[in-house]
Every structure is written in C-alpha cells, then in structure tokens.
Design a protein around this ligand. Structure first.
Ligand SMILES: Nc1nc2c(c(=O)[nH]1)N[C@H]1C(S)=C(S)[C@@H](COP(=O)(O)OP(=O)(O)OC[C@H]3O[C@@H](n4cnc5c(=O)[nH]c(N)nc54)[C@H](O)[C@@H]3O)O[C@H]1N2
Ligand SMILES: Nc1nc2c(c(=O)[nH]1)N[C@H]1C(S)=C(S)[C@@H](COP(=O)(O)OP(=O)(O)OC[C@H]3O[C@@H](n4cnc5c(=O)[nH]c(N)nc54)[C@H](O)[C@@H]3O)O[C@H]1N2
Ligand code: SF4
Ligand SMILES: [Mo]
Length: 713
C-alpha cells in the first residue's frame, strides 16, 4: 500500500521506450478517490500492466490493493459490450436502436395503463456527479415519475439526515483530512478504516505520533481497532446508549465548553435533563462496555485540547442510525470540538461518489444542489432550468427499500436500474428478488451481468471508470475531475449517453441535448447555485488547474470551503442543534430460536456486492468465498468447526457460508461480509426494519441461528 514510486510524466515514459499507453486515472472504488497511473504495455500475446500511485492531497500518493488491481475488472472479458435482451430465458445481442425501441415500447405501455409513477428509477453512488444529476432529471422530466431513489440510502442516509438536522448541511467530513493529525483525541465509531479506506490510515497513525489518544468502538477486533489505545467492544446496535454514558460523564465531570454551548448551540438544557435521568451502571450493562472504559473514553475526549469523531456504517446502519449519529455529534458540540483546527465530526463516506451522489437529485425528496422537492422556491428554480412547468415536476417518492415494497404492491411495475445491484445489497433480499422477478419490465445499465442484471429484460452496457469522463466528490467534499483514459469498450456507452438515448426514444430529446459530460456539469453548476451543496464556482478548467475544489463554492473566485462551521452553522440562526437521545435497542432481539446477533460488513479485498472485485483475479484469489466469524466458545456450543460449511438462519431466510473461528469477536455476535450473492448473500437474512427518520435499514443487527450443514460425528 505504501508504494512510494514516483509516477512518470507521459513523455518520460515515451522517452524511456517503456510503454505503449499510460492512463492517468482515479480509483473507481471507495470515497478516498486515490489518483493513479496505469501503464499498459502491449505484448504479442497479452498486455501487461503496471499500476503506480499518483501523489494527491487525499491519498498522499498511496494506493490500496483494490486500487492496484482495479484495471483487472475494467479490462475483463466478462464486460458486457453490446445491449442484451432476454428472450426465452436467455440473453441475445441486439442493437442500440432496438434496445431504445423496446424501452420506449415497454415504458409507454406501462405508463399509459398505470400512470407515470408505475415506472421507478434506481441509481447509485458510483455514478459521476453528471450522471447522478442527469438520472434525477431523467426520472422527473423524461419519465415524469416520483419514484427515484438510490443505493446511498443504505450507505449515507443516517449521517446525511443527522448532519442536516444538527448542522443545517450534510457534508461527510466537516474538515479536510489534514486536520486529523492535529486532533489530540480521536474516536472511530463503527468504522473500519484499515480495510475500507486503507490509504487514510497514516493520518491516524500520524495523529498518534503527535500524542493523540485513539478510541475505537466496534463489536469486533479489526485492523482498525488494532491501532486504538482504547477499544470499546460494544454490543451491536447499542452506540446511542454508549454515547449517552459518555455524555453523562462529560457533563458530570465539567468538560462542557460553556461559551461554545451557549453561543453556538441550542437544546443543551433538554439534553442535560434527559441525561440526568439515565443510570451509568445500566448503560454499562446494556452496551456490554465496562463502566470504567466508558469513563476513560469520555474523560480522554473531554480533557484533550482538540478532538475529532468519525462514524461509519457500524453506527449508521441501524434502526436508530440517525439518532446514534446525532448523539456522537452532541459529543463534539458540547465539548466545543467543532469548526477549529484538529476539531470536527466526520461520517466516513463509502462509495467513490457517495458524497456527490447524494447531493444532486437521486434521492426521493431531493432536487440538485441539495434542494428540496417539497419546497416551492426550489421547485420553481429547478423547473426553470429544466424548461418545464413547476406543476409538471413530480413530488416526493419513497426510499430504496420502500420502492421494493411498492413493486410487491404493483404500484411500481417497471424499474430502470443504473449502477447498483439491489438484489444483493438490499436487506431481506429474498423478498427483493421476488419483487424484481414480478416486474413487467426491468432495464439494467451495468458493466457486467450482475445478479440483478441477470433478471433484467434488457441490459445496457455502460462504460467503466477508465472510459468515462466526469466529476466525483470525495469524502472530504472535494470535487475531483476524472478524465477518460481509454476508448469505450465495444458498443458500450457512457451512462449519461444512455440516458440521453432513452430520453430521445421517449420523445424528450429537447431536454437532453448533451454531447459531452462537461455540458451536463455546466447545467449542474447553475442548478446547484444558491443551494446547500453549491458547485457554481467549480468548472472543469478549475478542476484541471487545481487539485480538486471543495464545496460549497459559490463563485469562480471562491477558494471552496475546506473547514466548515468556523464561525457559524448552516441553520438560519447560525446555531447547531443538540438533541436528547433514548437508549435505543435494536429492532430485532435475540431469543431461544435465534440466539445470536448477526452483524455484517466488509473485507479488504472486495467491494460492495463484489460484482467488480469478484472479476479481478488477484482480488478474488485473496478472498474467494464468504465466511462467518464466530467466537471459539460459541462455536463449541453450536458444534461448529473451523472451515466447515454452516447454515445461518434468520426469520427471513438462510445462507450457507464457511465457519471461521476467531476470538476477535464478541461471544454473542457473528459477522458475515456482504460481497457475495446467491446462497452466500448475507442480505437474504438481514432485517428490513428501517430507521423512521432516514429509512436506513438495520443491516448491522439481526437475530440468527447457526448450525453445521453436515452434523459432526
Ligand atoms: N474493502 C472495502 N472498502 C470499502 C467498501 C467495501 O465494500 N470494501 N465499501 C465502501 C462503502 S460503500 C462504504 S459505505 C464503506 C463502509 O465502511 P465501514 O462502515 O467502515 O465498513 P463496515 O465493515 O460495513 O462496518 C464498519 C465496522 O462496523 C462494525 N460494527 C458492526 N456493528 C456495529 C455496531 O453496532 N456498532 C459499532 N460501533 N460498530 C459496529 C463492524 O464490525 C465493522 O468493523 O467502505 C467503503 N470502502
Ligand atoms: N448486509 C449489508 N448490506 C449492505 C451493506 C452492509 O454493510 N451490509 N452496505 C450497504 C452500502 S453502504 C452500500 S453503498 C450498498 C451498495 O450496494 P450496490 O449498489 O448494490 O453495490 P455495488 O456492488 O457497488 O453495485 C454496483 C453495480 O453497478 C455497477 N457499476 C459500477 N460502476 C458503474 C457505473 O459507473 N455505471 C453503471 N451503469 N454501473 C456501474 C457494478 O458493476 C455493480 O453491478 O450496499 C448496502 N448493503
Ligand atoms: S479502494 Fe479507496 S483507498 Fe483503495 S485505492 Fe481505491 S480509492 Fe484508494
Ligand atoms: Mo456504502
């Protein structure tokens, strides 16, 4: 990971006679968006590839194993390179003209019979800003449906809602990464940075070298908790209560920053009164974290002169994810550790464009620039840019999983999926698969025949990150331009071209006249102008000259805001909101029938539903199948041995994975990664209960039963 090789300028490589083709690009996977250079040397029988990290501010010239091997899937022979139509059970090659004709026929037939809302659109956080923006416009203007949402609902929605309510704005990190080494105490809650954003680890180790005290909160020992000075091995789903304990210690110990609380926040009295009613011993008991450790963590944070808190999906993918995040933000605020050097809160964004993808209209209730589809001024502003009447603009739809319910109810009868594999990534996946099979018409745009694409009536081949130009916004809120570095493979098209093509087939070409991604970005700039996520001051020229620009950036001469909230929060009164949080318990509790908690997550070498990384031979070889982490004493009780196949069962279904005995996990909890489909798809058993505020599913806790597939002698 820490390769220090300096990338070469293209002409240096030419001079050295070393290469045939150099690609300057950006990793397609996680939110760090590391820059890299891929040198492709043409050989007689096959080409060879060398991948070099490129220095840039976020990764500081590091790459992880996924980035190093990301060329493998993009160049894989398994890429779909022409449109495919399902006929008599199999796929046949068709022309783009035929594909567009069938889409027009399919969508028109359904909307005439059942109305425009019978067609749903489902997007993703890997799409560029240009495509994400256009997908929102496509749903509202070309299809005129209210039903659009995206996979970020499962990823960023709890933190996004919490940021919006607490601060008045949702940008994942309130600071640049370079603030991290300046923090004297750091809390990493439900975030496994060492495996999920590996190139960021040196920021944290540097902080420790500067004397920082690092606290990790996770039910498992991970490569991240391994570097922590204190590890709170919390019971799954109990973060909100754990933070209540720490808040109580902070208040009782006199660690509140009174001037900050009175000048810059509201709601403190209610919070204090609520905490006074809670009992620390009870909190220790319900969270499984010894009281001494709760005290030690709170005091370390309270005493430190600077401090930062980071959360990720461990805290957020809960039926109380929104409130749990609010509680961590409470902690940053009452200690005044916000808006200053080495102080701030961060929700570690997940997907490559997990940040930008949540700002420009893929969400059910959102218009570009983080505008609201329910706000009359916002509707009028965007309608004018789109050249439609505000009355024609549909209203608010429903969240991603709720769309799956609408499919079952036959309110949605056709679905257009771009950049997601919902059949593997939604909770309660058997129900989701049943729904997708029931659809009258399913169109999927992907690079591969994903599990979802396999069910489609039409599959549209999209270009890869090496081929498609566009902008992505990294976890810091820094907008980056990724230039295309290869011609499109076969007859594949860029996602935005596909959207323009479908719009034309539907007779809506006048609203989709683009011939380059940059033209779409120019429209996005204006559409976002004056919104919360204001990109107006950013253009391709700037992005080429500067190393990315932070939003908000309201004008071309604005430098972009690197650190938020230095003087005010984004609410009209400039104050941040504190809130009293209940000691929430997960929706599903263990019982005699389902005696263990299941939590889910990731491994280093695979990405999300694995469609891409399972097609990279180097990555697949590192982890070729799923597994269940189980504590040896729990394994003994259920007669599970190392390496045997086991059946895990919940109220919703069952899966078969291999047992992996490890004392790194709590005895009451098992862990399964999410990167495999079919019989190893952990979402066949996860719980579909949603957080009431943000509609995030509780992916991180459900109750399961475990048994060996074959009974031991
Ligand atoms: N290698 C790899 N990297 C990735 C991805 C990938 O798939 N693979 N995906 C990207 C994306 S889209 C995302 S969203 C991010 C996700 O990044 P993370 O959120 O860091 O990853 P997860 O493994 O889902 O969960 C993090 C940790 O939460 C812990 N956890 C489980 N339950 C609880 C709980 O109740 N409380 C607490 N405090 N912790 C809990 C898990 O044990 C796990 O170690 O990673 C991004 N980077
Ligand atoms: N149990 C459990 N479930 C989870 C999670 C968890 O922690 N536990 N995490 C959740 C999270 S955080 C996330 S982000 C979701 C992710 O869920 P998904 O969106 O289903 O994840 P991906 O595997 O990234 O699917 C993306 C698909 O789009 C394709 N693709 C990639 N890039 C492009 C592109 O540019 N254009 C097009 N058209 N297609 C492209 C890929 O080939 C792949 O088939 O999963 C969620 N599900
Ligand atoms: S997966 Fe993330 S950390 Fe690894 S190279 Fe890609 S962008 Fe960087
Ligand atoms: Mo994610």
């Amino acid at each position: 990971m820490n390769r220090t090789t300096v990338p070469l300028a293209k002409d240096e490589l030419v001079a050295a006679g070393e290469h045939d083709h150099v690609m300057d690009t950006q990793c397609p996977f996680c939110s760090v968006q590391c820059k890299m250079q891929i040198v492709e040397r043409f050989g007689e029988r096959r080409n060879s590839y060398t991948v070099l990290p490129k220095p840039n501010a976020a990764s500081e010239g590091r790459l992880c194993i996924k980035g190093m091997n990301a060329y493998q899937h993009a160049l894989s022979r398994e890429r779909i390179v022409y449109p495919l139509a399902k006929e008599e059970g199999g796929f046949v090659r068709i022309s783009w003209e035929e594909a567009y004709r069938r889409i027009n026929e399919g969508f028109s037939h359904i909307s005439e019979q059942h109305g425009n809302d019978a067609i749903g659109v489902y997007g993703g956080g890997s799409l560029t800003n240009e495509t994400a923006y256009l997908l929102g416009k496509f749903a509202r203007v070309a299809l005129q449906t209210k039903y659009i949402d995206y996979n970020g609902r499962f990823c960023m929605s709890a933190a996004a809602s919490a940021g919006n309510k607490a601060f008045g704005i949702d940008r994942g990190l309130t600071n640049q990464l370079s603030d991290i080494p300046l923090a004297k105490c750091i809390i990493l809650a439900g975030t496994n940075i060492a495996e999920c954003q590996p190139t960021l680890m040196p920021y944290f180790t540097r902080a420790q070298e500067n004397g920082s005290f690092l606290i990790a909160i996770d039910p498992r020992n991970t490569a991240t908790t391994a570097i922590a000075d204190l590890h709170l091995k919390v019971k799954p789903g109990m973060d909100a209560a754990l933070v209540n304990g720490m808040l109580k210690v902070l208040i009782d110990g006199g660690y509140v920053d009174d001037p900050f609380v009175s000048g810059r926040t509201k709601g403190f009295e209610e919070l204090k009164e609520h905490l006074a009613t809670l009992d620390l011993d009870e909190i220790a008991d319900m969270t499984g974290v010894p009281l001494e450790q709760i005290r030690q963590a709170a005091e370390a944070f309270g005493q430190a002169s600077t401090g930062m808190i980071f959360t990720a999906r461990g805290v957020e993918q809960q039926t109380d994810g929104y409130m749990a995040v609010r509680n961590f933000i409470n902690m940053s605020l009452i200690t005044g550790k916000m808006g200053k050097e080495g102080c701030g809160y961060g929700a570690i964004t997940g997907q490559g464009n997990g940040q930008g993808g949540r700002e420009h209209g893929q969400k059910a209730d959102q218009l570009p620039g983080y505008r609201s589809i329910e706000n009359a001024d916002d509707r009028a502003y965007i309608s004018e840019i789109w050249g439609i009447d505000a009355d024609e603009l549909p209203g608010k739809g429903v969240s991603a999983y709720e769309m799956m319910e609408k499919i079952h109810e036959e309110e949605i009868r056709a679905l257009f999926v771009m950049g997601s594999n919902p059949i593997v990534s939604n909770p309660n996946a058997n129900f989701v698969e049943e729904g997708l099979r029931k659809l009258e018409f399913l169109v999927v745009s992907d690079m591969f025949l994903s599990e979802t694409a396999m069910l489609a009536d039409l599959v549209l081949p999209s270009s890869s990150y090496l081929e498609n130009e566009g902008t992505l916004t990294n976890l810091e809120g820094r907008v980056l331009l990724r230039e295309a570095s290869r011609p499109v493979m076969g007859e594949a098209k860029h996602d935005w071209e596909i959207l323009c093509g479908v719009a034309q087939a539907l007779g809506k070409q006048a609203y989709f006249p683009y011939t380059a991604a940059e033209q779409i970005f120019e429209e996005l700039r204006v559409a976002s102008r004056g919104g919360l996520a204001d990109y107006y001051g950013i253009n391709y020229e700037r992005l080429r000259l500067e190393e990315g620009v932070y939003w908000p950036c309201p004008s071309l001469d604005h430098p972009g805001e690197k650190r938020l909230f230095e003087t005010a929060f984004a609410h009209p009164d400039g104050k941040a909101e504190l809130i009293a949080t209940q000691n929430h318990f997960p929706e599903e509790q263990v019982c005699d029938e389902f005696p263990l908690y299941l939590t889910t997550g990731r491994v280093l070498s695979h990405y999300l539903t694995g469609v891409q990384t399972r097609r990279s031979h180097t990555l697949a070889a590192r982890s070729y199948e799923s597994f269940v982490e189980i504590h040896p004493s729990t394994a003994r009780k259920y007669r599970i041995e190392e390496g045997v196949l086991v059946r895990l069962e919940s109220r919703r279904g069952s899966i078969v994975v291999r047992g992996k005995l490890t004392s790194e996990i709590r005895e009451d909890t098992v862990f399964v990664p999410m990167h495999w489909g079919n019989v190893q798809s952990v979402n066949k058993i996860t719980n579909h209960a949603l957080d009431p505020t943000c509609k995030m599913p509780g992916f991180k806790v459900c109750a399961v039963h475990i048994k060996p597939l074959v009974k031991p002698d």
